[in-house]
Design a binder for this molecule. Structure first.
Ligand code: AMP
Length: 446
């Protein structure tokens, strides 16, 4: 399929060609025609699928056919959970709309409000915003929505995770009833479906990546390691594998700062981004990372949400996330838009529960690679994909599994015979994933 068959006009097709996109990604092929028809859409698509262009391109097309925005009005509103994502969506709108006479602006908190009020005064065709700042601006009469045509909720699941539900409801109550609604979310939980009922009408449902699966072009594995050896192991992996651009996740802001210092001490240029850093510092760090001036960007989940860094080859989970869905979001930063990537998790013994939750969520046991010189004293036990309530009675036959030490069977671990079944399940999960990968890649390159 080519972009020319989707109903987009020449100025937009020109911008797409300049970007070097040969064909629409699956979510674009599905979403663009239905959005152009004026239908509401609910799309399950992760970052990295090309979802931003999936809603931006048809919105630009629709708006280019109508009347320009009047003073303080916005014609399309794109809500995102984080400042970084808002800035990136705004950049995409600029890029794809460069040959169109449409205006756009982005507003988010953490920076002065007055320049944003000035920009809104003349009215904007496309407004990209985070919920809190948008409400502030609305309450100060800087923006009105009487002529709003399209609403986009981007990364709706994350908006709920971040506690934006009340802000979103308030914003929606101020919008005209007659409007087109597009909702994008990495997963569609029951809570998201409840929210959707109050927003979208008779939507076309689009899914390009089945619920709770990870991006298939990402090679994932874990390195079992003792907690105290993690900084040294990360340094070793970066030097040994010559990783030039690596996004590292830590669980806490403090952990991000500490690790950044440790990497710098080992001669690896690094910067941290998290909620305690000013917007300016976050933007500068991201910019230096994109330009290759720093080698490791150390981020917490919220700060990293939605980061769009072209073809990011390497993601490292220095700590496993406590919410298993965050694992999927994290590794969604790599292997994007058809390119392949690697996601490595450094897992210590005390993170066994998080690991098990993640492996259950993604439906597979992650490959393990113990790095020479970093063998853990406290090994990480193997998880079981099956939930404990389905556990079969224990057999007494003794045996060892990979990475298991003497005495573990006696302490209640599963025997070798069961292990074969686990391995077989793992193999068949891998085969299934391989098949999915192949079919995803085919769709992408068709
Ligand atoms: P997104 O999922 O919107 O964050 O997009 C992920 C990345 O895919 C961005 O870097 C886009 O520039 C890129 N991208 C979007 N659409 C295409 C396409 N049709 N072909 C190749 N790359 C694309």
């Amino acid at each position: 399929m080519s972009f020319t068959s989707l109903g987009l006009s020449a100025p937009i097709l020109d911008s797409i060609a300049t970007q070097g996109y040969d064909q629409p990604s699956p979510v674009q092929a599905k979403a663009i025609p239905v959005v152009l028809e004026g239908r509401d859409v609910m799309a399950a698509a992760q970052t990295g699928t090309g979802k931003t262009a999936g809603f931006t391109l048809p919105i630009l097309e629709i708006l280019s056919r109508g009347q320009k925005a009047g003073p303080n009005q916005a014609r399309a509103l794109i809500l995102t959970p984080t400042r970084e994502l808002a800035a990136q969506v705004a950049e995409s709108v600029q890029t794809y709309g460069r040959h169109l006479p449409l205006s756009s602006t982005v507003v988010f908190g953490g920076v002065k409000i007055n320049p944003q009020m000035t920009k809104l005064r003349k009215g904007v065709d496309i407004l990209i915003a985070t919920p809190g700042r948008l409400l502030d601006l609305y309450n100060q009469n800087a923006v009105r929505f009487n002529h709003l045509e399209v609403l986009v909720l981007d990364e709706a699941d994350r908006m709920l995770d971040m506690g934006f539900i009340h802000d979103i409801r308030k914003i929606i109550s101020r919008l005209p009833k007659e409007r087109q609604n597009l909702m994008f979310s990495a997963t569609f939980s029951d809570q998201i479906r409840d929210l959707a009922k109050t927003i979208v009408h008779n939507p076309v449902e689009i899914s390009v990546s089945p619920r709770n699966t990870t991006a298939k072009s990402v090679e994932q594995w874990i390195c079992p390691v003792d907690k105290k050896s993690k900084p040294a192991l990360l340094t070793h992996l970066i030097w040994e594998n010559r990783w030039e651009q690596v996004l590292v996740f830590t669980r806490t802001k403090h952990g991000a700062n500490r690790l950044t210092k440790q990497l710098e001490q080992q001669g690896i240029k690094a910067a941290a981004i998290h909620g305690n850093k000013s917007q300016g510092a976050r933007t500068r760090a991201l910019d230096s990372f994109k330009k290759g001036k720093i080698r490791a960007l150390v981020a917490t989940d919220i700060a990293a949400r939605g980061l769009d860094i072209d073809q990011l080859p390497q993601v490292v989970n220095f700590d496993l996330p406590s919410v298993p869905e965050d694992y999927i979001h994290r590794i969604g930063r790599t292997g994007r838009a058809g390119s392949t990537g690697q996601a490595v998790s450094l897992v210590s013994h005390d993170e066994f529960k998080q690991l098990s939750d993640i492996e259950r969520l993604i439906g597979e046991l992650l490959n393990r690679k113990i790095v020479d010189g970093f063998e853990p004293v406290n090994n990480v036990p193997q998880s079981q994909l099956r939930s404990p309530k389905h556990k079969r009675p224990k057999k007494t036959k003794p045996g060892h599994r990979d990475g298991q030490r003497s005495g573990e069977v006696a302490r209640g671990h599963k025997p070798a015979q069961k292990n074969n079944k686990t391995q077989n399940r793992k193999k068949s999960a891998n085969t299934r994933n391989q098949q999915k990968k192949t079919s995803n890649e085919k769709i992408w390159s068709r």
